[in-house]
Design a protein around this ligand. Structure first.
Ligand SMILES: [Ca+2]
Ligand SMILES: [Ca+2]
Length: 116
């Protein structure tokens, strides 16, 4: 993400941070500053679409996390702006297909009748 501040010196120096409004104990993301105006959103969590973490929401059928990032300058008093990010967890093919119990039972009975 990028943010700009037209002021010179400390009045234009930016710090980035995540704003926790609710579920403040669920800190899945962090923001790391890469340069004066650029930061990246990171996470050490291994997300699973089938087992969403607490605090996620479903938007258009997709597991989504709402992350609010604040850019704040170093002025006195400091001025800040918030930006909202929707982080969508995509599906990964991490589950094998499986038959349900009834289908398995039918196959077993059929097999036995042929071998007797
Ligand atoms: Ca400023
Ligand atoms: Ca999956």
């Amino acid at each position: 993400m990028t943010a700009e501040d037209d002021d010179a010196g400390v009045n234009g120096e930016l710090e980035f941070s995540i704003v926790y409004i609710e579920h403040s104990e669920d800190k899945y993301f962090e923001v790391r500053k890469l340069s004066d105006e650029v930061a990246e959103l990171r996470s050490d969590v291994v997300f699973d679409r089938e087992r969403p973490e607490r605090g996620s929401v479903t938007i258009q059928g997709k597991v989504t996390y709402l992350v609010t990032v604040k850019a704040e300058d170093d002025g006195t008093p400091p001025l800040s702006t918030n930006c909202f990010f929707f982080v969508t967890i995509l599906d990964e093919n991490d589950n094998v297909p499986r038959f349900d119990g009834s289908a398995s039972d039918v196959r077993t009975k059929s097999f036995k009748s042929h071998t007797q």
